[in-house]
Design a protein around this ligand. Structure first.
Ligand code: ADP
Ligand code: MG
Length: 253
């Protein structure tokens, strides 16, 4: 089945990587076969996945050295597989543009059609060619969002980009939902923005709220997901619930 899902928002620090890693871990916990792709030159998802190799192959090697995609896939310390990212993805971004290789990632992922149930793509905090590659390859996008003023800025632009790619038949990507992250309901502003999101986007907002939880922030330094690091924490439980909600949205249609 391999549902390819992009995690995107051109704003940094909104919980994209935390969502990508913990969603991958939560889906893997339900025995689904999951691949996490780190498409961010910062490589935060790669660190969080705790792989052993110190110079793993990335999409850069796949693009420039003609190796097989399976040679870029590693076991994480959780139960999902990882296709790592890192600094060399900056050169990959330029390479894809200069060689007119748009949709390179979509083509490569065809080889994995029967291998995974879910492929989750973590994207950089910009709308550059790497993010566009993820939007092309994905059949759905999740948008993590912090409930603050201005948090919606950019999100409408991202939604329009996804819509225009699909209008031009360049992709069949659609926005699956907005995930409210780092929520602190004692904060009145957060509650206001959260309520506003629900009334404005209603069925596009996931019911599950991801709370601000220190265990989620600590886990990456141990090279493991929050879900595995402290399964009883509020953060872990929220991501497991989010995975359940996602499964109901994409598998029972
Ligand atoms: N629910 C949460 N509770 C506490 N800290 C969080 C939570 N989500 C993310 N963080 C922390 O906030 C920072 C930014 O999150 P990150 O997932 O890296 O965002 P992005 O990938 O969008 O830049 C990181 O230090 C991360 O550990
Ligand atoms: Mg990130």
């Amino acid at each position: 089945m391999n549902k390819v899902l992009a995690i995107a928002n051109q704003k940094g620090g909104v919980g994209k990587t935390t969502t990508a890693v913990n969603l991958a871990a939560s889906l893997a916990a339900t025995k689904r076969k999951v691949l996490l792709i780190d498409l961010d030159p910062q490589g935060n998802a790669t660190t969080a996945a705790g792989i052993k190799e110190n110079k793993p192959n990335t999409l850069y090697n796949l693009f420039f050295e003609n190796i097989q995609i399976m040679e870029c896939i590693y076991k994480s310390s959780d139960d999902y597989d990882l296709l790592p990212g890192g600094q060399e993805l900056i050169a990959l971004e330029v390479g894809i543009r200069e060689n007119n290789k748009q949709s390179f990632l979509s083509k490569e992922l065809e080889a994995l059609k029967d291998k995974y149930d879910y492929t989750i793509i973590d994207t950089p905090p910009t709308l550059n060619q790497l993010t566009i590659e993820a939007l092309f390859a994905a059949s759905g996008t999740l948008i993590p969002l912090q409930c603050e003023y201005y948090s919606l800025e950019g999100v409408t632009g991202l939604m329009e980009t996804i819509q225009s790619l699909s209008d031009k038949n360049l992709s069949n990507n659609r926005v699956i939902g907005i995930v409210r992250t780092m929520v602190d309901m004692r904060n009145n502003l957060a509650k206001e923005v959260s309520d506003e999101l629900e009334s404005h986007f209603s069925n596009l907002v996931f019911n599950t709220l991801i709370p601000r939880n220190i265990k989620l922030a600590e886990a990456p330094s141990h090279g493991i997901s929050g879900v595995k690091y402290m399964p009883s924490s509020y953060g872990a439980k929220a991501y497991l619930a989010l995975a359940g909600e996602l499964i109901r949205k994409v598998e029972y249609v």
